[in-house]
Design a protein around this ligand. Structure first.
Ligand code: WTA
Length: 647
């Protein structure tokens, strides 16, 4: 925790869209009369049929229902592309920077229009219609944005699966939403290494009953892949057969736009469903105000489109605003530790949005790789995905931004569609490590375990008292799970799963997940998912997974594993189990540490006491709490003495 405060620089207060007084009055208006506030701001996008209703939402247990602008008709691709053609057709929409510094490409709004329409026609020719699901498993190439917008144009619902997920995970997600079409690439390219995307799709589709009807393969590396006749087609060959004109399907505001799978504390990942109107209004409005986006800015968000940050703040928010958005295929340390800063200089980036884990890993290389670049174009920095520790914040502020650029530490979730708690650079003083104050229309509350709403400075669980337009609408195909997961813990409120502190200024400090979700390098991972992968191994009898503090990743994955009788705990088996989890879920789920434990701490009724396992993984042996209720208190001694060391 840090008690430093950085005041809003006066030129920011003057030039930004809102200063503090503005923020206060707009915020008050947004919560006092949401219908009037959003009724006005909903007009920021173009509607084919204007809405007459604004907010129609209920958090009542058993009847949770969220609708915004419900009788309006629009199309997301129309708003992100067509409506800009007249005024900025020749402006660059997407700057693509390849994995190798020798490769980049600029795509104007006019070219974007042509590319999106062609891809939409390729899908349409394969029978894709409004409401159909399309799975996208692509690297960070422009076709990923074209594919998203092509789906939106037709009214098809896209489900993007991050390229770091295994064939098993991909197959589960294709099957869950019933996609009949998959868009992929021959191979991905990251840090000079190839990722076998098409081969993964083949393996994924092979496990699905009935398979899929079409696999569209973008050539990225030109690597050799197997093509199944009748099912698979190269995108360039299919695109050569179609025109670049395709009408935008009129979509109701509440028609689905996309599904994005995310990990929760129990069960398999859930398909978070976002819809059309409210999502786009919220993504574009937050993009404008939080980043103080002005025409002429070059905006770069380093996320992957496989995560929600890429959806809202690489593609939909910026393009709805007619911005120039940079899309980066590579990684921060390839070919050198200066890559981010080199790209900023090369393309004159003015707004830069990244994750604390990237900052921490670059910090390790010292200031030199940063200082040898100019970064004079930068005016604003952003952070997302996990709590940013004050040391990383200060380094980002001082070394990267040269004390010239405010940092917006933006708290939000896949479920929230857009940023909920964040500074506004012209309005909010900054405190390193605090996401500060709610965005317009967002009503955070801090509650204790019993659901009592706490006042003033306090610490507890973070809930949101009422709906905002970007909120998820349901879990795809399982509304009951939506209600149970988010509205049952504190009836009548949306439960975020995060803990937080509110200070005397009313600023929020997110302390991290309070459920069994861990945040590894800004990626959400359910401990239950890793556990079920581990117990699926024939030599494992039981497994418990918790997070532990990790210098770079924020949290690492710590697995306690009990082996089947007679199985020897060897170094080799440890490696085998790591490889197993990578294969089952994907490289992002690799356990950092595996401890072989003859027994796990359990209550007499057989429940694993995860609290104790967490404390041991955190090296907090003194604060284990009461262990006398354990069925066998002796296991704790053994667990402590065999604690695995951090790498
Ligand atoms: C965490 C990513 C602290 C939080 C947009 C949340 C953060 C989870 C911040 C959602 C932040 C995200 N400060 N914690 N600025 N941003 N988180 O769904 O625990 O991938 O619940 O969405 O990330 O992760 P998700």
């Amino acid at each position: 925790m840090s008690d430093k405060v950085y005041d809003v620089p006066s030129q920011w207060a003057q030039k930004a869209y809102v200063d503090d007084a503005h923020y206060q009055s707009m915020y008050a208006a947004s919560v006092n009369d949401p219908n009037a506030f959003w009724g006005e701001h909903g007009k920021r996008i173009d509607w084919f049929t204007p809405y007459t209703k604004v907010k129609n939402t209920s958090y009542d247990p058993g009847h949770v229902s969220i609708k915004w602008f419900e009788d309006g008709v629009t199309n997301v691709a129309y708003n992100c592309v067509d409506r800009h053609l007249e005024t900025r057709g020749d402006q660059v929409a997407i700057i693509w920077e390849g994995d190798s510094p020798d490769e980049s490409r600029k795509i104007t709004y006019r070219e974007l229009s042509s590319e999106v329409n062609k891809l939409a026609n390729v899908l349409r020719n394969r029978g894709v219609e409004k409401g159909d699901r399309v799975t996208i498993y692509l690297p960070m190439i422009p076709e990923a944005a074209f594919a998203m917008l092509a789906c939106a144009r037709l009214g098809a619902i896209h489900s993007i699966v991050f390229g770091g997920f295994s064939p098993d995970s991909l197959g589960g997600r294709i099957a869950d939403c019933g996609s009949k079409v998959v868009i992929t690439a021959d191979e991905g390219l990251r840090g000079g290494r190839k990722v076998p995307l098409k081969a993964n799709v083949d393996a994924a589709v092979n496990q699905i009953e009935g398979g899929v009807d079409h696999v569209i393969v973008v050539r990225r590396t030109g690597g050799k892949v197997d093509m199944v006749p009748g099912r698979d087609v190269y995108y360039d060959e299919a695109a050569a057969m179609v025109t670049d004109e395709c009408p935008a399907e009129p979509m109701n505001a509440e028609d689905p736009l996309f599904i994005l799978y995310t990990s929760g504390s129990t069960g398999k990942p859930k398909g978070v469903l976002h819809t059309t109107g409210g999502y786009l209004v919220y993504a574009s409005m937050t993009h404008q105000y939080v980043f103080d986006y002005h025409p002429g800015d070059i905006y770069w968000c380093t996320a992957d489109v496989g995560w929600v940050t890429g959806h809202s703040y690489i593609v939909y928010g910026p393009l709805a605003n007619g911005a120039t958005t940079l899309m980066f295929e590579g990684i921060p340390n390839y070919p050198s530790m200066s890559r981010f800063w080199d790209v900023i200089d090369k393309h004159q980036v003015s707004i830069f949005y990244t994750a604390p884990t990237a900052i921490r890993s670059l910090m390790q290389a010292g200031e030199e790789p940063v200082k040898k670049t100019s970064r004079a174009s930068l005016r604003l920095l952003g952070s997302v995905g996990e709590p940013i520790n004050p040391e990383a914040w200060e380094w980002y502020y001082r070394v990267v931004g040269e004390e010239r650029c405010p940092i917006v530490d933006t708290w939000w979730q896949t479920e929230t569609g857009g940023i909920l708690i964040t500074p506004l650079p012209g309005a909010t003083k900054l405190k390193p490590g605090s996401a500060t104050r709610p965005f317009f229309g967002v009503q955070p509350e801090v509650v204790d375990a019993a659901g009592q709403v706490l006042d003033g400075a306090c610490e507890g669980n973070l809930v949101i008292a009422d709906s905002w337009p970007g909120q998820m609408r349901t879990v795809y195909g399982d509304h009951e799970r939506f209600e149970q997961t988010y509205f049952a813990t504190y009836p009548g409120k949306y439960f975020t799963g995060d803990g937080c502190r509110r200070d005397a200024d009313g600023f929020y400090w997110i302390t991290g997940r309070v459920d069994d979700v861990i945040n590894v390098s800004g990626h959400r991972m359910g401990t239950a998912e890793v556990e079920s992968a581990l117990v699926a191994h024939p030599k494992v009898s039981e497994a418990a997974v918790v997070g532990f503090p990790h210098d770079i990743k924020g949290q690492g994955i710590y697995a306690y594993v009990t082996l089947m009788d007679g199985v020897e705990p060897t170094e080799e088996l440890r490696k085998e189990l790591v490889a197993w989890v990578r294969r089952e879920i994907g490289p992002i789920a690799s356990p950092d540490l595996i401890q072989f434990a003859p027994g796990l701490p359990k209550t007499r009724s057989g429940k694993i006491m995860r609290r104790i396992l967490r404390k041991i993984a955190e090296d907090q042996f003194e604060s284990l709490g009461d262990t006398s209720t354990l069925a066998d208190p002796g296991v704790v001694e053994d667990l402590i003495s065999n604690r695995q060391n951090k790498r």
